[in-house]
Ligand binder design. Sequence first.
Ligand SMILES: *Cc1c(COP(=O)(O)O)cnc(C)c1O
Length: 230
Amino acid sequence: MENDFSYVGENLERIRENVREACAKAGRSEDSVRIMAVTKTVAPEIVNCAIEQGIDLLGENRVQEFLSKKDSYLKSAEVHMIGTLQTNKVKYIINDVSMIQSVDSEKLLGEISRLAVKNGRTMDILCEVNIGGEDSKSGIAPGEVRGLLEKAAHTEGVRLRGLMTIPPPSDSDIFLGRMKELYDSFAEEFHLDVLSMGMTHDYAAAVRMGSTLVRVGTGMFGARDYSQKR
Ligand SMILES: *Cc1c(COP(=O)(O)O)cnc(C)c1O
């Protein structure tokens, strides 16, 4: 059947159920976790199906792809940048996203601040942590987090909200636990309220470990087709 995207609603129902269950196991209220739909490679009309089913948060990885799709999205969802962001591209998204989750350097922080102030707004940010110390992943080392948080807390135009991570796929539980410990060690001092961790393969575990925001792509939209250039 043409345009039958009902699988998106079914997937979302299952994800919600799993999040509810994980919250119950951890003794948390289910509204303490936000579910983000990660949209990379997914056509806007399919993303809009998720929004129609109640998704109010989209995660974008690539600036170029986001710019080509943003006007087609239904307006009821906010957008967070979650992908590695080059400093020279902040200007393209500064007024179209409500949070940048992938802040991993003082240089990037500085540019977000400059453009936020120039545009008369405040940008929510998360610092991205490379909790597994993998060469292939972006984010700062756990030992560098305090320095970046202190800097961010005193930077004009940005509101520091928390931490984000992509743990190594193997031993995910160990690193989710470490990430929660790291988050807890800074949460009070820096007034953090967002811990963004958990993807399709580990969001239930991440919720049990204390994640407040899970970022789900494949589990919501199916396997990605990278051959479709957008
Ligand atoms: C792609 C991506 C996700 C979602 O990954 P899935 O495994 O498809 O759920 C989450 N976070 C980031 C930063 C991503 O790039």
